[in-house]
Design a binder for this molecule. Structure first.
Ligand code: CTP
Ligand code: CA
Length: 222
């Protein structure tokens, strides 16, 4: 707004953020998906934009509103998300918050699959989806700063450290999303930042506060 006098340390920088789930079709009326509200990813896109970055938000299907001041590209599947992210390169910053489905149906049906009375359901053959973070983390046009997320229900830090190395990220935002935490779908988040410098514990914060702190942390790298 006209009254926004926030400093713009990311002015002139381009950022890509992925958010939300992906939907992998089974047939025209059914899909496989992860749980994800998009709240954390959308908040990060908004925070980066407030710091002056030119942000492209690649969002899977979500019900929350588009954040202000960002370009939103809507996708359904992981394959479409990878295509949209690659098309948005080059960028200085990429933050992968989306809960991408790890598998898709190998051969989605063009027609609705009908129940066959007396016969059980046909098994679904799955195939692995592309890993978007890993692809961009090792891309010839790799953004200077690549950030991933790791939502875990056990071994949070060791899993995040393994992902940091495997995916070519500069840091991984790790959290414990066990149902008892209420993080999934809720408005709060408790994260740890895992990088080659070690592990940083952040307090319990709103998702908006996590987004602002992460954007500020990203701005320090420039
Ligand atoms: N990610 C991605 N593309 C995928 C899978 C994951 O971009 N196909 C990104 C997520 O957006 C997140 C990070 O990779 O930033 C970690 O996702 P996660 O699901 O925790 O990692 P996986 O490698 O899929 O491992 P697993 O699900 O087995 O824990
Ligand atoms: Ca996964």
């Amino acid at each position: 707004t006209l009254l926004d006098d926030t400093p713009k340390p990311l002015a002139g920088k381009r950022a890509i953020v992925t958010s939300g789930p992906t939907h992998e079709p089974i047939d025209p009326v059914r899909y496989i998906a992860n749980r994800s509200s998009g709240k954390q990813g959308h908040a990060i896109a908004a925070s980066l934009a407030r710091l002056g970055a030119e942000v492209t938000l690649v969002s899977g299907p979500v019900t929350i509103p588009d954040p202000a001041g960002v370009t939103v590209i809507r996708v359904e599947s992981a394959a479409d998300m990878l295509e949209a992210v690659t098309s948005a390169l080059p960028a200085d910053i990429a933050v992968f918050v989306a809960a991408v489905a790890d598998w898709r149906v190998a051969a989605a049906s063009g027609e609705k699959i009908k129940k066959q009375p007396g016969e059980g359901p046909a098994p679904l053959e799955l195939t692995e989806n592309p890993d978007i973070l890993k692809t961009i983390g090792h891309h010839e046009n790799r953004p200077k700063l690549v950030v991933g997320f790791a939502a875990e229900t056990s071994d949070v830090i060791s899993s995040a450290q393994a992902k940091l190395a495997r995916k070519g990220a500069d840091f991984i935002v790790a959290n414990d999303v066990s149902p008892a935490t209420g993080i999934m779908g809720g408005d709060r988040n408790r994260v740890r930042i895992v990088s080659s410098d070690g592990v940083e514990d952040w307090p319990d914060l709103s998702k908006a506060e996590v987004a602002d702190r992460l954007a500020a942390r990203i701005a320090e790298a420039f």
